[in-house]
Design a protein around this ligand. Structure first.
Ligand code: AMP
Length: 428
C-alpha cells in the first residue's frame, strides 16, 4: 500500500516524500479515504500511530482549492481542538510539513503565553486553526476568532480532554460550530463518557480502530540501567567503550537534550550527530547517511525525528531517557532487531522516570532485566523509598539483582553481539 493508492494529490505526496514516509500507517490507510469522502470519522487511535497525518493529509487535500485570490480573504475553515500545548505544536508542525507545497495557512493557539503573536497570525488570515480549548474560548470571547465558516472540525485526544476537565470548554466550542460540517473524533480509549460525547458531535461516522503496539520482539535483548540523571552521560560513554557496539541509535526526549548528548559524546571522542526537528532537512539527511555509512557510530534522535527513518543493521538502541508514552518504548526498540535479526536495547532509568518504567512494564507484560553491577548505580537518594533501599542492600549482599527477579550478569555490558551469553532468539 502506498499513499498514491489512497488518491493523495501530488503536492502532498511530494511533501511526504520529503518527510521520508513511504507507506501509510494502518490508521492512515483506513482514515484517509473516509475523510476524503467527506464522511464523519470516529477514530480509536493514540499518539504514535500516525493519527495526525491520518487527518492532516485529507484535510489539506480537501481545503487545497479553498484559498486563492478568487476566494476572497482567508477564513478559518478547519478547527483542530487538542488538549495540550505540546500536541498543538506538534500538529502545527505536521501541517507545515505535509502542506509545504500548498497555498494554505494555519496557526496554533494555546494558553500560557502572550496572545499577541497568535492574534497577529489570525488577523493576517488563516485557513486552519489548531487550538487548545481555553485560549480558543478566550480569543472567541474577544471577538478575534469566529467559527462561523468551519467546514471541518477535529477533536483530538478526546479521552485526555475529558481527563483534564475540559468537557465544558469542549461543549462550549461545539455549540459555536456550524451544524453543517464534517467532524473527526479521535480518542485512544472509548469509555462511556467519551462515546457519549462522540455521539453528540458525529453524524453517521465511519469507525476506524488501530490496536496499539504492545509486544516487543523476542529477538531484541533488553537491559535496564538504574542510574542517576547526572550520571547518564558517563554511563553512556562507558557503554560505548565496548567496540561490539557498532552502531547505536540513542533516544533523547527533547531536541535540546539530543544536542547535549552529542556534545558530550564528541567531547569524549565518540563520533555522533543529532537528528531532530530543529535541524534542516539537509542536515538530517546528512546525519542519517553518515550513520548508515558508518562514518558516525552514534545517532542521537528525538522520537519525532526518528519515526520516519529506517536503518538496517542497527545493532543497538539506547534509551538515554525513557519515553512517557509506553508504546513509544516498543517503537524505539523495534528499530533494532529488524526482520528477525538480533538486536540489543539498553534503557537508562533515573529516579524520576520510574513511573514511566512502570507503564512500560505493564504494556509489554514483562520486566526488563536490570543490570545491577555497573559503575554508576542509582544512588540511594531521598527519592528512593525505604523498601527499595532494602532491596538494594540485599542485592549488594547477594551479588545479584533481585528487584526484577532476574539474575544479574555480573557484567555492566551484559550482551554484546559477540558473546555467547545471549539466549537464542525464539521462534516467532
Ligand atoms: P502521530 O501518531 O501522529 O503522533 O505520529 C507519530 C510519528 O509518526 C510522527 O513523528 C510522524 O512524523 C510519524 N509518521 C506518521 N506517519 C508516518 C508514515 N506514514 N511513515 C513514517 N512515519 C510516519
Amino acid at each position: 500500500m502506498l499513499f498514491e493508492n489512497l488518491n493523495v494529490i501530488e503536492p502532498i505526496l511530494k511533501a511526504l516524500q520529503t518527510e521520508g514516509y513511504t507507506t501509510p500507517t494502518p490508521i492512515q490507510a483506513q482514515a484517509i479515504p473516509i475523510v476524503l469522502q467527506g464522511r464523519d470519522l470516529l477514530g480509536c487511535a493514540q499518539t504514535g500511530t500516525g493519527k495526525t497525518a491520518a487527518f492532516a493529509i485529507p484535510i489539506l487535500q480537501q481545503l487545497k482549492d479553498e484559498a486563492g485570490p478568487k476566494q476572497g480573504p482567508r477564513r478559518i475553515k478547519c478547527l483542530i481542538l487538542t488538549p495540550t500545548r505540546e500536541l498543538a505544536i506538534q500538529i502545527g508542525e505536521s501541517f507545515t510539513a505535509y502542506g509545504r507545497n500548498l497555498n494554505l495557512k494555519h496557526t496554533v493557539v494555546f494558553g500560557g503565553v502572550s496572545q499577541h503573536a497568535q492574534v497577529n497570525a489570525i488577523k493576517s488570515g488563516i485557513d486552519i486553526l489548531i487550538a487548545t480549548p481555553g485560549r480558543l474560548l478566550d480569543l472567541m470571547g474577544q471577538g478575534i476568532i469566529s467559527l462561523k465558516h468551519i467546514q471541518i472540525f477535529v477533536l483530538d485526544e478526546a479521552d485526555r480532554m475529558l481527563d483534564m476537565g475540559f468537557i465544558h470548554d469542549v461543549k462550549r466550542v461545539i455549540l459555536q460550530l456550524p451544524m453543517k460540517r464534517q467532524s473527526l473524533f479521535f480518542s485512544a480509549t472509548m469509555p462511556p463518557d467519551v462515546a457519549k460525547l462522540a455521539d453528540t458531535i458525529l453524524t453517521k461516522p465511519a469507525k476506524v480502530e488501530v490496536t496499539p503496539v504492545s509486544s516487543t520482539a523476542d529477538t531484541i535483548q533488553q537491559a535496564l540501567y538504574y542510574v542517576d540523571k547526572n550520571d547518564k552521560k558517563k554511563l553512556l560513554i562507558h557503554l560505548l567503550d565496548d567496540k561490539a557496539i557498532q552502531s547505536a541509535l540513542v533516544f533523547a526526549r527533547t531536541k535540546h537534550g539530543a544536542d547535549k548528548v552529542v556534545k558530550d559524546l564528541v567531547k569524549a571522542g565518540v563520533k555522533a550527530e543529532a537528528i531532530h526537528g530543529n535541524k534542516s532537512q539537509n542536515a538530517r539527511q546528512r546525519a542519517l547517511s553518515n550513520f548508515k555509512s558508518g562514518e558516525i557510530r552514534v545517532l542521537v534522535a528525538t522520537d519525532i525525528a526518528a519515526r520516519g527513518i529506517d536503518i538496517d543493521e542497527l545493532s543497538h538502541v539506547i534509551n538515554y531517557e525513557l519515553p512517557n508514552i509506553p508504546e513509544t518504548y516498543v517503537h524505539r526498540i523495534g528499530r533494532t532487531g529488524r526482520a528477525g535479526a538480533s538486536g540489543i536495547a539498553f534503557s537508562f532509568c533515573d529516579a524520576e522516570e520510574k513511573a514511566y518504567l512502570k507503564d512500560i512494564h505493564k504494556l509489554i507484560g514483562k520486566q526488563i532485566p536490570a543490570v545491577s553491577d555497573h559503575p554508576y548505580p542509582l544512588g540511594l537518594s531521598v527519592a528512593e523509598p525505604a523498601q527499595a533501599q532494602q532491596a538494594l542492600r540485599e542485592q549488594k549482599n547477594n551479588g545479584f539483582n533481585r528487584r526484577n527477579g532476574s539474575g544479574g550478569s555480573g557484567n555492566s555490558r551484559p550482551f554484546n553481539r559477540n558473546n555467547n551469553r545471549r539466549p537464542k532468539p525464539q521462534a516467532q
